[in-house]
Design a binder for this molecule. Structure first.
Ligand SMILES: Cc1cc2nc3c(=O)[nH]c(=O)nc-3n(C[C@H](O)[C@H](O)[C@H](O)COP(=O)(O)OP(=O)(O)OC[C@H]3O[C@@H](n4cnc5c(N)ncnc54)[C@H](O)[C@@H]3O)c2cc1C
Length: 400
């Protein structure tokens, strides 16, 4: 009987884990491994692009790739890991409870936005965290044009000025103009708890974000927190009310709760504290990867972030190491010393930085071209061609 590597999730980490495991089995001339991906849909949802319009188009069908590499796809939603029985309970598309066993398990179920229990946010707020919620925002924005002109209609409040908040806020002026007309006085307000714009970034990067925000007319409310969201807009902690038909929450991400019954340490973001091989300590046949893994990237104290840049590489290492442990091959400790950021700044352009100290290397159109190359090509699945996919899945191949 074949031994099974079961991967939960078909996001950046899960997809690359599957291809990387298939690659190692191929290199070892082993066809006795079954590599199976369990996820709701056989597609990669390109979350880093969810601030863009036409969100329904931001998926990539994984079926041709999986067929080419003999990767089995199982449609379902994992509910519980039963580590004693080496299996996973999942719900099929028709809601039947089913059990599947594994020889190695890779948990790649990603992350979700966290609302911190803000009053009214579920009923009246929007977000761009998942395809369905980003679609809901898009439908709402499209419908604004049919509403009578008012301050509230023309105002969007973006809650949280981190990476996602900045990309969405800087994209919105042109999206709103396209929907509501060039002459409409639209307003985009970022509500940020921190005392400076882009507080977590380098001074150089912050300056660029400030400059782009000014040119695009984006208003930042710093040292400010949301108290309540309701149908008329938001009320801030200091009692100020902002009339806004659109309030988008972007702050705070938590790893998927899957595996919470495991006796394993998790960090404040809910990620498993993994070993250098990406195993969950205490469970030598379970690996965590992507947004589910808290992993050291180097010996300098840096840790993988919940980014697609890290999820892709974490996926390749997890798949390799899960297969290696079944094939009697040495594991590869996860390393990812190169770190870059490319932040979209809407009609202003973009900014590209290198290093953990975020040295600005490109701005405006030049950086925008790079951003488009990254988000429209680099992070998409490889071609459904064995040779090309396996070359890209090598954990030691150059990525960025
Ligand atoms: C709006 C936005 C903008 C972003 N911008 C950037 C950016 O510019 N640069 C960057 O590097 N990163 C960015 N990120 C972060 C990046 O998208 C994530 O870090 C990345 O998607 C993580 O990959 P993952 O494979 O771990 O998880 P995901 O991509 O979330 O994939 C998780 C997979 O698991 C599946 N799944 C979840 N639960 C279960 C379950 N119980 N059973 C079965 N399957 C399950 C999901 O369906 C999905 O297939 C952004 C994220 C968002 C939301």
């Amino acid at each position: 009987m074949k031994q099974r590597i079961l991967i939960i999730g078909s996001g950046f980490a899960g997809m690359w884990a599957a291809v990387s495991a298939a690659r190692l089995a191929h290199l070892e001339g082993n066809d006795a491994l079954e590599i199976a991906v369990l996820a709701p849909q056989p597609e990669l949802r390109v979350r880093p692009r969810f601030y863009e319009a036409n969100v329904a188009s931001l998926t990539a069908d994984l079926q041709p790739l999986f067929a080419e590499l003999d990767i089995r796809f199982i449609a379902g939603h994992a509910e519980r890991i039963d580590s004693a029985q080496n299996g996973v309970w999942y719900k099929t598309a028709t809601s039947e409870s089913t059990f599947i066993t594994y020889d190695r398990l890779i948990v790649a179920s990603g992350s979700h936005l966290h609302h911190f229990g803000i009053k009214g946010i579920n009923e009246h707020g929007f977000d761009i965290d998942q395809l369905e919620t980003a679609q809901r925002l898009e439908d709402h924005l499209n419908a604004l044009a049919n509403q009578p002109e008012s301050n509230a209609r023309n105002t969007v409040v973006v809650c949280g000025g981190g990476f996602t908040g900045i990309e969405l806020a800087t994209e919105l002026p042109s999206r709103l103009k396209a929907l509501l007309g060039d002459d409409t006085k639209t307003k985009v307000i970022v509500v940020e708890r921190g005392s400076v714009i882009g507080g977590r970034y380098s001074e150089e990067l912050r300056d660029i974000i400030r400059k782009a925000s000014d040119e695009l007319g984006i208003e930042w409310l710093l040292n400010t927190e949301i108290e309540v969201v309701d149908a008329s807009g938001v009320t801030l902690k200091d009692g100020t009310h902002i009339d806004a038909s659109t309030v988008v929450w972007t702050a705070g991400v938590k790893a998927s709760p899957l595996g919470e019954n495991l006796t394993a340490e998790r960090d404040a973001l809910g990620r498993f504290m993994v070993s250098p091989d990406l195993q969950i300590p205490g469970y030598n046949n379970i690996f965590a990867t992507g947004d589910m893994a808290h992993a050291k990237t180097d010996d300098l104290g840096n840790t993988a972030l919940m980014t697609c840049q890290h999820a892709i590489q974490l996926g390749k290492f997890a798949g390799h190491n899960a297969a290696a442990s079944l094939l009697g091959v040495d594991a590869l400790p996860y390393r990812q010393e190169v770190y870059v950021t490319c932040l979209d700044l809407g009609a202003w352009g973009a900014v590209y930085t290198e290093g953990w100290d975020q040295q600005v290397k490109m701005v405006r159109d030049e950086a925008k071209k790079l951003k488009i190359a990254i988000t429209n090509e680099l992070i998409y699945p490889p071609k459904a061609d064995r040779e090309i996919a396996f070359a890209a899945a090598d954990p030691l191949a150059k990525f960025v």
